[in-house]
Design a binder for this molecule. Structure first.
Ligand SMILES: Cc1cc2nc3c(=O)[nH]c(=O)nc-3n(C[C@H](O)[C@H](O)[C@H](O)COP(=O)(O)O)c2cc1C
Length: 205
């Protein structure tokens, strides 16, 4: 199994989303042979999407400028990492109600017409097939309650974006309430329990 881990926290150490992603990966590995490739977006520091990216993606030529070449090369590399993986685990830290800016840049770099999506007379068609994605989301507050669902722009945004690329087999795990006294202390205990439940082998197998 080839696992691609996408890390998006701004923290070098003690990132809760990275820790959660690690727990998911441990479960995925289980007793099977697995390779884990990590794309740490804090270290890669993708530049914000700008006109030069648009031009590079829209009308890339063999003889293009060095700057455009670099953009295409990095974009191709990021897309290839996805294509090479069977399973992708994306760590998502909620900052100001949404995904980290680095993760948005990653999306901007992999959204390539003819490579990850195309348009048909019926609308957009995702071109990435046969991937399983786990979202590992960390939030200070709690969003999986009815009066907060509409304020969460992490899980829904990622699901919509991944679906646009053709990836619809998406599951999410959350550590939430990390800023709330009385809740934060046991958040990881609870997620470990739900991971145990999810990855428990069926009896008699
Ligand atoms: C700049 C900043 C903005 C944040 N905004 C929110 C927010 O809007 N909602 C929320 O529930 N938590 C928010 N938090 C808390 C983080 O979601 C929480 O600390 C989480 O653990 C971050 O993930 P990480 O540990 O992987 O970096 C924010 C934290 C920071 C540092």
């Amino acid at each position: 199994m080839n696992i691609l881990q996408i890390t998006s926290s701004i923290k070098e150490k003690n990132s809760h989303s990275t820790r959660l992603a690690g727990l998911i990966i441990d479960k995925l590995k289980g007793n099977t042979k697995a390779t884990v490739i990590t794309r740490n977006l804090r270290e890669t520091a993708l530049p914000h999407f700008s006109e030069i990216h648009l031009k590079a993606f829209a009308n890339h030529q063999e003889t293009d400028t060095v700057e455009k070449e670099k953009i295409i090369q990095l974009s191709d590399e990021l897309i290839q990492e996805i294509l090479d993986a069977n399973v992708i685990v994306i760590g998502i830290s909620m900052y100001n109600l949404t995904i980290p800016t680095m993760l948005k840049s990653w999306i901007d770099f992999i959204a390539r017409i003819g490579k990850t999506f195309r348009y048909s007379p019926e609308g957009s068609v995702g071109l990435i097939e046969n991937k399983k994605v786990y979202l590992a989301i960390a939030t200070g507050d709690i969003y999986t309650v009815e009066n907060q669902l509409h304020n969460d722009f992490t899980g829904n945004l990622m699901r919509a974006q991944l679906a646009f690329f053709g990836i619809t087999d998406v599951e999410e795990f959350r550590v939430e309430g990390l800023a709330i006294p009385g809740i934060k202390e046991t958040v990881f205990d609870r997620v470990v329990e739900s991971l145990e439940e999810k990855f428990r082998l069926p009896e008699n197998v």
